[in-house]
Design a protein around this ligand. Sequence first.
Ligand code: FE
Ligand code: FE
Length: 264
Amino acid sequence: MEAVATPKPKDAYRNYDAPARDTVREFYRLNHTHQTHDFAVAKKAEYLRFDRREMTWWEALDYLNTLVDDSDPDIALPQVDHLLQTAEAMRADGQPDWMVLTGFIHDLGKVLCLFGEPQWAVVGDTFPTGCPYSPKVVYSEFFAANPDMQRREFQTGTGVYSEGCGLSNVHMSWGHDEYLYHLTKDYLPQPAQYMIRFHSFYAWHREGAYAYLQDDTDRAMLPWVQKFNPYDLYSKNPDRPKLADLKPYYEDLMAKYLPATIKF
Ligand code: FE
Ligand code: FE
């Protein structure tokens, strides 16, 4: 995939044993300690009322430009650069325009930070809550400090879920994936919805864990999530794209699929 410029070899990304940024380990300690099932359910109830503020997509993007993601071992550039790098790599490969748009907006749920959420409640890999933790989740040793570890109903069998219930019925750890999915699901095709909702669920789309939760739709959509991933991951590089040059193209693309403003 030539268009996905790689300034370092692929196995040098997502290196959690010797992360280049030392905030990463502490991030996952906090994330795995505090993201309980009750927390995920409560945050959904709170945020899916969409009663915070109405913004244009560009206002949300402008805010994201000030945020650096503590969970990311690979990049310390502003988020808009990451969104443009992801989308431009897709565009260069001739991917469909709805996928380019998905690449461009996929991390916009990080505006949760704007509403005062700590990074451990916004970013990082996600995992299902209310069922046994998989050792395939990054830094899974930190789950030892999660209060859900003491709840038998969560840690036995398939937890609060039935086998094959489908990921749409699973309460994932709360963060930018789930939030943006609910903000955009009425406007984008189903593969795009899956890319947005599960792009941080590496234990599933990369490691094959939690397969017992999948239904037929999840199995059909998994290849799309996997197709999305290299653009999200391997397009990260220190060269900053020129927003001013690219803005007209992305303005048109957003206008084609999305309403002008969105209620966050
Ligand atoms: Fe993300
Ligand atoms: Fe991303």
